[in-house]
Design a protein around this ligand. Structure first.
Ligand code: GLU
Length: 306
């Protein structure tokens, strides 16, 4: 019954892909097929439901911001992290530079926008970019039970070569003392972790761990401290869907984080994790069919947390 509902909702949502467009400011992302749509639902009891293109790999992009935040808080503690990055939503696009200078003291508004996530990458402990990236992949492995996460080298290089805007954000933050480490190394970590490949099946597995307050579903062992999982879910509600977060909170009411490759990681506390992939984006940068699908599922299954 639930499986059929998921498949029907996906078929309806798929009719919306033609109204969106794939991201092209990272040239390699423009090669994605805009008609793809896949969704996977992982329930807390281990049940997995799938529909559409669930095994197509895509890059995490901004969904990665949740995992770097988890590690930074675990490495440095909340006081250190939130002295350097704020907790407030922004009505601006994800890569906006404007508030970095106008807000005093200069710090990014939250860890879900690019400036905030670059600042968070600067806080990840490790003696090299490789070691720090390894720690991020290791967290993904512990959350999914999968060992073989990899960086899509083409997407990584494509972003690194065209990232003038992110470089501008990072150098401004170095100048104002938000970044303390080597700027190019921090950016390199940021680009690489944005290019980690996942499928919507894996994203659902990541999401369900957050839904279970950070616990491994099978063993009950804590992978992420409960209060850190709570902070992540709160940011997902207030800032996870770019400057459409308020609208999504009203229409779907599900903590969710979106990425420009077309992925959405949605977490329904104590119920399920949902991974969606649909690379055709709306004008705010969210998967157009993915948003539609999550809104439908929220209505059918009564998923809104509000
Ligand atoms: N790597 C992308 C960027 O920095 C991530 C943006 C996103 O997914 O929102 O532009």
């Amino acid at each position: 019954m639930a499986h059929k509902q998921l498949q029907d909702a996906l078929a309806e949502a798929a009719t919306h892909t033609r109204h969106g467009a794939v991201a092209s400011y990272i040239p390699e992302l423009a090669k994605q097929d805009p008609d793809r749509l896949g969704a996977c639902v992982c329930l807390l009891d281990g049940t997995v439901l799938t529909a559409g293109d669930v095994d197509i790999p895509f890059t995490l992009q901004s969904i990665s911001k949740i995992f770097t935040l988890i590690l930074a808080i675990c490495d440095r503690g909340t006081d250190y992290v939130f002295q350097r990055v704020g907790k407030e939503p922004t009505g601006d696009p994800f890569n906006s530079i404007v508030k970095l200078e106008t807000i005093k003291p200069h710090k990014p508004l939250n860890p879900m926008i690019n400036a905030g996530a670059i600042a968070v990458c600067d806080m990840i402990a490790g003696s090299s970019v490789e070691e720090r990236l390894e720690r991020i992949m290791n967290l993904l492995s512990r959350m999914t039970g999968m060992q073989d996460f990899r960086v899509n080298e083409e997407v990584y290089r494509s972003e690194k070569l065209t990232a003038d805007r992110n470089r501008a954000l990072a150098y401004f933050m170095k100048d104002s003392g938000v970044l303390t480490g080597d700027v190019e190394e921090t950016l390199d970590l940021y680009f690489r972790h944005c290019a980690i490949e996942v499928t919507s099946r894996e994203v659902a597995q990541l999401a369900v761990v957050l839904a279970a307050d950070g616990k491994d579903l099978q063993t009950g062992v804590s992978i992420i401290p409960r209060d850190v999982a709570r902070i992540c879910k709160t940011f997902m509600v207030t800032c996870g869907m770019y400057n459409a977060s308020g609208e999504f909170a009203i229409e779907a009411g599900i903590p969710a984080k979106s990425g420009v490759a077309g992925g959405i990681m949605a977490t329904v506390p104590n119920r399920m994790g949902i991974g969606v992939y649909g690379p055709a984006l709306d004008d705010k940068g969210n998967s157009i069919a993915g948003v539609r699908l999550l809104e439908s599922l929220s209505e059918i299954w009564n998923l809104s947390i509000f």
